[in-house]
Design a protein around this ligand. Sequence first.
Ligand code: PHE
Length: 367
Amino acid sequence: MSGVQASFGNDAINGARLAVAEINADGGILEHPLKLIVRDTRSRADETGEVVRQLLDDDKVVALIGEIATDRSLIAAPLAQEKGVPMITPGSTNENVTATGDQIFRICYTDSFQAGVMAEFARSINVEKAAILYDPSDPYSAGLAEKFKADFVSNGGQIVAEEFYQKGDRDFSTQLDAIKGQNPEIVFLPSYYNEAALIIRQARETGIDMPVLGTDGWDSPEFLKVGGEAVNNCYFSSHFSPDGQTGKSFVAAYTAKYGTPPPPLAALTYDAVKITADGLRRAGVAESIPLRDALAVTKDFAGVTGPISFDQDRNPTKPGIVIRLQDGKFTYLETVDAKVTEAPVAEEGTNDPPAEAVPENAAKQPQ
Ligand code: PHE
């Protein structure tokens, strides 16, 4: 809730508080009120271990909801796994988070999926030459860059420039000049909102006026504040839009409580709390292991971000949303069905993707 990505935690907490208020107004769970304990990682991977230890050992939580950013979830997950406490991340999209073990679930789609959505989107606007700019030291940014590249190239696209930055950089002119020199038709920028907005502003000053494509890490009101006019003509993958197809009554309740429509992380975290409550009810006891077993068989849970069923890797198969930046605002562009790029749910025998998509998907399974 503080530090460089404070916006993620604050949105998440608002969603969690609304969910807890509704659950408790409804009589709680197993005849007890649900208690929400909130601790702040301050957006720091190096402080996350201690925060998680306090939640597990001092607070003795039954379930852990969080973290949001991948790098912190990668620290939290092994601790929760070791303790046998289910961890439900609302927003960490990197494959390795849930791959940590059978206690770790996520409410969002994965990075393979969102990289595929944006590669597909680039092709849909006839892009053949793309540049990539990313932070190789950040698992979220690096994972997405790699997956986008594989997808885009396997579909006949060409990566004409690959440039790097480091967390905390403020001047991107060297990388942007190099990108400009290669004349790409889009730039793929998988990063978090603060850096993304700054990079795009400098790109526009350098004369890079083509669309910049990004991912869910852009999703914050801060992106618009810092980016201003410069971020028009950009697109990114998101999890939820108040103008999308799901969660209408949630949007109304959230707007009534907080005076603004819910950002995606509020919606994802609301779903994380509600799914945990549902799991506890089905477990019939407020204990971690029965809760984990109940969560693992979650089927068609009616989330505000869409129906949620966990696959055997504890990832939901969900549609994605593409957001367009227009007139200094996030505008809902389209919903991309999960089956376009996600691995087919073969056992179910339904919604099989076209045959040619199968080998490509097979190559995109968690490493
Ligand atoms: N997907 C991002 C990560 O894994 C976190 C995020 C989720 C950011 C949703 C914004 C919205 O780090």
